[in-house]
Design a protein around this ligand. Structure first.
Ligand code: FMN
Length: 327
């Protein structure tokens, strides 16, 4: 299937495959894993604009990234357009990402109630104001990530995308679920097709891409310019290899556990290097995802979660994936 190259502002992506921002999932080590396996653009998880402005060390650490992750978008959120603009200025100065992305999709009730994240979807005029402020404040291309709208009876995303285009956004992402839906139910890709018809800037489709076939179907059914993958990458960064193969009409074989191991070891070592002890403990969750579907996974997880010794976790993992012993 022929899909044209995706260009966002001055950046041409090698393939139109994008890693979704996911809080507590797509940290720096995992983004590196996805880049190495074929993701062509990655985003940080949502970063609090207020945290940036208050110089919170934790927030700045979440926003940071390694040079090898580029091109990268730093995603910020706030209920306050001015705070978004000021945070964007600081991020541009300090981190120089390729993209600054605005989160208009987070459905967490506490966030929505304050008018941040998906709280914006009720009011495309406020979206226009936020985008206009940020675009006016920085030279970095600005993108926006939307949901379909607050609810099935109030789909505002076409209006929101048109507002984004009018205010100078470089691209929009549409997560084709409503705020009400949270992460439940199916994504309604028809909404993405409608946005694509309504704007000239690139439209990135998102929701329910879980393999090469669903990625091709997303492009076919919506005409969108890029595919963003979220939950499908959890424990499966190789989904990007699979999608690259599907785009090039090449056949692709799932990796065996033994083939997965060198990647997983790389992930482990990066997590330790970049996040020290935290990285080691966070790796237990990723290891449990990686082990899904492999015989003996339940027992492996038990052992990983009960070990307090990082070297031991690495050793039992090596043995499990390389099947040196029956775990
Ligand atoms: C654990 C988790 C964390 C998420 N965090 C963010 C986030 O920080 N920013 C954001 O824009 N979307 C976030 N999302 C939404 C995803 O980016 C994506 O839009 C959604 O999962 C739909 O794509 P999928 O069906 O491929 O998973 C998150 C989703 C999950 C499951």
């Amino acid at each position: 299937m022929y899909i044209p190259l995706l260009k966002i502002a001055g950046i041409t992506l090698e393939a139109p495959l994008i890693l979704a921002p996911m809080a507590n999932v797509t940290d720096s080590p995992y983004r590196l894993m996805c880049r190495l396996n074929g993701a062509c653009l990655v985003y940080t998880e949502l970063i609090s604009a207020e945290g940036i402005l208050h110089q919170s060390k934790k927030t700045w650490a979440l926003a940071g990234f390694q040079p090898e992750e580029r091109p990268i978008g730093v995603q910020i959120f706030s209920h306050n357009p001015e705070a978004l603009a000021q945070a964007a200025i600081l991020i541009e100065e300090k981190l120089k990402p390729e993209i600054i992305d605005l989160n208009f999709g987070c459905p967490v009730p506490k966030v929505v109630k304050r008018g941040a994240g998906a709280g914006f979807m009720k009011d495309p005029e406020r979206i226009a104001e936020a985008i206009s402020k940020v675009v006016g404040a920085v030279k970095t291309p600005v993108t926006a990530k939307f949901r379909s709208g607050p609810s099935a009876s109030n789909l505002t995303v076409v209006e929101a995308a048109q507002a984004a285009e009018a205010q100078g956004a470089a691209a929009v992402t549409v997560h084709a679920r409503t705020t009400d839906q949270g992460f439940q139910g199916h994504a309604d890709w028809e909404v993405i097709a409608r946005v694509k018809q309504a704007v000239k800037i690139p439209v990135i489709g998102n929701g329910d891409v879980v393999d090469g076939n669903s990625m091709l179907a997303l492009f076919q059914e919506t005409g969108c310019d890029g595919a963003m993958i979220g939950r499908g990458v959890m424990g499966n960064p190789w989904i990007f290899q699979e999608c690259r193969a599907a785009l090039e009409s090449r056949s692709w074989q799932r990796l065996t556990p033994a083939q997965m191991w060198p990647h997983i070891e790389f992930h482990y070592r990066k997590a330790v290097e970049l996040k020290k002890l935290n990285g080691i403990w966070e790796m237990r969750r990723y290891l449990s995802w990686y082990s899904k579907g492999i015989p003996g996974a339940a027992e492996f997880r038990q052992r990983v979660f009960h070990s307090e010794d990082p070297d031991h976790v690495l050793e039992i993992s090596r043995k499990f994936f390389l099947k040196l012993v029956t775990v």
